[in-house]
Design a protein around this ligand. Sequence first.
Ligand SMILES: [Zn+2]
Length: 143
Amino acid sequence: MLRIKQKDYAEIRRHGEETYPHECCGVLLGQMDSDVRTVTSTARCANTRTDSPQNRYNIDPKELVRIQREGRERGEDIIGFYHSHPDHPAQWSQTDLAEAHWFGCSYVITSVEKGKAVLTNSFELSGFDENDKKLVGEKIEVA
Ligand SMILES: [Zn+2]
């Protein structure tokens, strides 16, 4: 389950509206406690995919390292990632699964239709290794 404050939830949805018709992407930081991930802050990232930004996203590894380091200084870990699906459902794609590598983290997808955020779903990356991994739908609790 993913626990997120209304403010952070609104922020990641707004990010998807702002980058429309391109995908937005970012990082969720907070605490991981067995099956519950609690978001305490979010970090926007630039989508480095210039070849196909309307249906692909990529976070610069250097940016990710910086976000991770700054989070640790505040006592926060990376607990998930978010991105948007412009004019596509809030369901993970084969590409999303192939490019997900952070086991036990949440992958949040917001569908943005005609510039307006519609549905937001979250999926946990579960499994033991790359051959066995899957994205499993999980509950989002907005507090
Ligand atoms: Zn996607």
